[in-house]
Design a protein around this ligand. Structure first.
Ligand SMILES: CC(=O)SCCNC(=O)CCNC(=O)[C@H](O)C(C)(C)COP(=O)(O)OP(=O)(O)OC[C@H]1O[C@@H](n2cnc3c(N)ncnc32)[C@H](O)[C@@H]1OP(=O)(O)O
Ligand SMILES: N[C@@H](CCO)C(=O)O
Length: 488
């Protein structure tokens, strides 16, 4: 196993107890979420990155479940020590989507009310529902801010949805080979796939879990979809008109060309790991995805606060660069902080899984150009000027703090009290907070590079910096231990 891998990992499960309301108005009971995590969550819980998977991905994004596993998780090249999603710095989370078939509740799961698989009685779900389920997981993990949300393809849709629906949680968002609105062509390809599934007699109106499954329909759906993940150039490069066996045409109906054999293999192996009903539901969720509001993408995106990075792939004809550029335009219309990169690649849509060199470079740069505001803790316990030392000590004890900012009636920083100041007060029998607090406080600004804040802390041997805006209002705090971990 590569030294740069997260190594052997396991899948965890969390149940969201009770009724869960879906965007379509229906409910699901006791949703189970399968998830994996890599790296460690820091003390402030400010280094979490949520990775959202694509259509047929799963929670197993990196590492191996056992040393015998033939292949690692699907984004092994991007997640791990020293990689863009650096597990020495970040706590990476990936969960299987709602409606999936890799551990999270989906149509193949048992309906608790009937004891039978949901099948086609499973409610139609949306990208918004997938994100709402992830939000429950993040809450369960005690995470209040996401340093970043990252995803390709359908994972990019979830990432955009996160940025729109939870602007105060998401600090950075990386959207790769994706769109804010599913196009008619995308819907059309999905519909052909669904049609292949429901036309298979073994589909049996979705009720096939005790008999034969619709493997022919599902394999055909995958074959069609797989073509859309490649490009004309990559197919020329990969297969050309090469034959699978021998040098002469057989002039029969066998899989004479390599590309035929390849597609057959891709279709068949897919049926070993994916549920046909899940394919119906997850593609539907993709089709319904549309972040525009009143016909305007700019309006739909106006609440976003995260710094955004959009990446597209030159040869991706399924999610063409124009779709990412539309998102960029909508964000620029709102004066948002957005970067855009187009990766030159002939691999087509699946380049987001294959061009790991490019992806690592671009995503690493985006994530490491971090400002104070990207990592600061916004919920800061404070005390008002003029309170007693005892009150300050009590707050620090109850909140487990070593630094406590003192603010005036306008919320402006007036000083800071440390646990050392409290010890001094006890030793000197002081009662007046004003006597012991530091009034000339070193601070950081949200827009300054994190490295500048870290250097200031190092130079002055201090372990926390209050963050203030231009009016000196306290807006957050940063802690040296967490910062050092993030800047590596
Ligand atoms: C986030 C997510 O999207 S998770 C889901 C990602 N995974 C998938 O989508 C699985 C489907 N696969 C793919 O999409 C792509 O294969 C990728 C992007 C993952 C990997 O691409 P590549 O590394 O170029 O692999 P490639 O497409 O050549 O497929 C290789 C497989 O095809 C087989 N193959 C290659 N040529 C032929 C052929 N002529 N006949 C039969 N089989 C063939 C190989 O033996 C290999 O089999 P294996 O997967 O069992 O090892
Ligand atoms: N290979 C990807 C393509 C869809 O983005 C998947 O199967 O999920």
């Amino acid at each position: 196993m590569s030294e740069r891998s997260v190594g052997i990992v396991g899948t965890n499960f969390h149940t969201i107890e009770g009724e869960f309301l879906l965007e379509g108005g229906q409910t699901l009971k006791d949703i189970r979420v399968a998830y994996e995590t890599y790296g460690n969550l820091n003390k402030d819980k400010s280094n979490a990155i949520l990775v959202c998977h694509a259509l047929t991905g799963d929670a197993h994004a990196a590492g191996r479940h056992s040393s015998d596993d033939r292949k690692p998780g699907w984004w092994e090249d991007v997640i791990g020590p020293g990689k863009a999603l650096d597990t020495d710095r970040y706590f990476v989370i990936c969960s299987n989507v709602l409606g999936g078939c890799m551990g999270t509740t989906g149509p193949a799961s048992l309906n608790p009310d009937t004891g039978n698989p949901y099948g086609i009685t499973f409610p139609v779900i949306t990208i918004g529902d997938m994100v709402n389920v992830q939000k429950e997981l993040i809450d369960y993990l005690g995470i209040k801010i996401l340093f970043a949300v990252v995803g390709g393809s359908m994972g990019g849709m979830q990432t955009l949805q996160w940025a729109v629906a939870h602007p105060d949680i998401v600090r950075k968002a990386v959207v790769i080979a994706s769109t804010a609105v599913s196009s008619p062509q995308q819907i059309a390809f999905n519909e052909v796939g669904r049609n292949a599934i429901v036309s298979d007699p073994d589909w049996n109106e979705g009720d096939y879990y005790s008999g034969k499954s619709p493997v022919h329909g599902l394999a055909t759906a995958r074959m069609i979809a797989h073509i859309t993940y490649l490009s004309d150039d990559s197919m020329h490069d990969k297969f050309g008109r090469k034959l699978q066996q021998g040098e002469n045409y057989k002039f029969d109906m066998s899989h004479d060309f390599q590309v035929e054999s390849y597609l057959k293999y891709q279709g068949e192996t897919f049926t070993e790991r994916f549920d046909a009903n899940s394919y119906l539901y997850v593609t539907k969720a993709v089709d319904y995805f549309d972040l525009s509001k009143n016909g305007s993408l700019a309006e739909g995106m106006k609440d976003i606060k995260a710094k955004m990075l959009l990446i597209s792939i030159t040869s991706d004809w399924l999610y063409p660069p124009y779709q990412s550029k539309k998102v960029v335009e909508a964000l620029l219309f709102n004066d948002h902080d957005v970067s855009y990169r187009e990766i030159e690649s002939s691999y087509g849509h699946d380049a987001f899984l294959l061009e790991s060199g490019h992806i690592n470079y671009v995503v690493h740069n985006f994530l490491t150009h971090t400002s104070v505001g990207d990592v600061m803790t916004e919920e800061v316990a404070t005390i008002r000027e003029g309170v007693s030392i005892e009150t300050a000590a009590k707050v620090m004890f109850e909140e487990g703090l070593t630094h406590l900012p003192v603010v005036n009636e306008k919320g402006c920083l007036a000083g800071i009290v440390t646990s050392w100041d409290i010890s001094k007060a006890v030793a000197l029998k002081s009662v007046d907070l004003d006597d012991i607090m530091t009034k000339e406080v070193l601070v950081a600004m949200p827009d300054e590079p994190i490295i500048a804040g870290a250097k200031r802390m190092e130079r002055h041997s201090i372990s926390a910096l209050p963050v203030v805006d231009e009016k000196k209002r306290l807006v957050g705090i940063i802690d040296s231990e967490d910062i050092n971990r993030l800047i590596g």
